[in-house]
Design a binder for this molecule. Structure first.
Ligand code: MUC
Ligand code: MG
Length: 367
């Protein structure tokens, strides 16, 4: 089965609850839907979320690189030539979200054509993951109320708390309030999105030393090379590298350089082909992994859970699979549903999801 067209469609769906964090704020999901068409009528889908403050990609940039650079290089390839696809996409530097969406749409098409789920094709470990919810910047009171809602409505009991503000007590007060309100019925970890220096991070982590955190993520920039190594060496929890590990080579550099002791795998950034490489590399290096969230919509979340459920180490920890709950709507015919703190891989071939034509017509911005 051959690829005959790669479509990139911009769409825009407002958030009901904007997400704020140290490197940016998201009010609208201005993503790109990618559709890979084949000569036998099978169509694979995926979405690319632009994160200019993280990787430099914009919605317009993603559209342009897919339409003018990637699509012409992929037409005529078969769905099983995924390593050829990867080699051709790799000729272009950067553009991780655009590359990832193209890669995942091809995997979706392959699964559909074989009648197998992407999870089965990748590894088939299980059919669900526990969910971790990301809490964006707000007051301690409002963040506790938000966590209460996640517990009551969805059974979620793991929270990643965004930190990295100045003064750091704005954030340490939130983590303390969550621990005081929920005791040890919840798991907590923090993500700084590079907002603090190494010294500020060390001080904040000391201040939270009694709060029993699971992890700390990207508290300071990886470019603070010695500072970050110094920070990581004194922590008693794994330090997750997120935006500093966009490729397997960066994973190797950060881990062997002592600047990270765990890795966030984001399918929105490394697709399925690259995430598989990162997963195997992390296993070989002996570091923990967490399935991260690039502020994905439901289609992106279906990709994350499809990958995470495929391997044992990716579902050992709760995956970040719930931020679509903050969006006012989405594109799928059957919405994803989190129950008892878990998200099931949508059943069916490929990613197991379908795009609702009416919703796409309502939210696409190219007509
Ligand atoms: C995260 O884990 O950092 C914020 C920016 C981004 O690219 O992903 C999010 C969440
Ligand atoms: Mg992060």
């Amino acid at each position: 089965m051959k690829i005959i067209a790669v479509e990139a469609i911009p769409f825009s769906i407002p958030y009901t609850k904007p997400l704020k964090f140290a490197s940016g704020e998201v009010y609208v999901a201005d993503h790109v839907l990618v559709r890979v068409h084949t000569d036998e009528g099978v169509v694979g889908v995926a979405e690319a979320p632009p994160r200019p403050y993280t990787y430099g990609e914009t919605q317009d940039g993603i559209l342009a690189v897919i339409r003018t650079v990637f699509a012409p290089q992929l037409i005529g390839l078969t769905l099983t030539e995924r390593e050829v696809v990867t080699a051709r996409l790799s000729r272009t530097v950067g553009n991780p979200a655009a590359k990832a969406a193209v890669d995942m749409a091809i995997w979706d098409a392959l699964g559909r054509s074989l009648g197998l789920s992407v999870t089965a094709l990748l590894g088939g470990y299980t059919d669900r993951m526990r969910v971790s919810h990301m809490l964006g910047f707000d007051t301690p009171e409002r963040m506790v109320v938000e966590a209460e809602r996640m517990i009551d409505e969805f059974g979620i009991r793991t929270f990643k708390v965004k930190v990295g503000r100045r003064p750091a007590r704005l954030d340490t007060a939130v983590v303390r309030a969550l621990r005081e309100r929920f005791g040890h019925t919840v798991d907590l970890y923090v993500d700084g999105n590079r907002g603090w220096s190494a010294a500020e991070s060390a001080r904040a982590m000391r201040e939270m030393g009694d709060l029993d955190l699971l992890f700390a993520e990207e508290l300071c920039p990886a470019d603070d090379v010695l500072g970050r190594r110094w920070l990581v060496s004194q922590l008693d929890v794994p330090f997750i590298a997120d935006e500093s590990v966009t490729t397997p080579a960066e994973v190797t550099r950060e881990v062997l350089g002592g600047s990270a002791t765990a890795i966030s795998i984001k399918t929105a950034r490394t697709g399925f082909t690259g995430s598989r490489r990162v997963h195997h590399l992390a296993e070989g290096l002996g570091v923990e992994v967490v399935m991260g969230n690039q502020i994905d919509g439901q289609l992106g979340t279906a990709c994350s859970v499809s990958f995470g459920a495929a391997y044992e180490s990716t579902c050992r920890r709760a995956g970040e699979l719930s931020n679509f709950l903050d969006m006012s709507d989405d594109l799928l015919t059957v919405p994803l549903s989190i129950r008892d703190g878990e998200l099931q891989v949508p059943p069916g071939p490929g990613l197991g999801v379908e795009i609702d034509a009416d919703k796409l017509a309502r939210y696409r911005t190219d007509n």
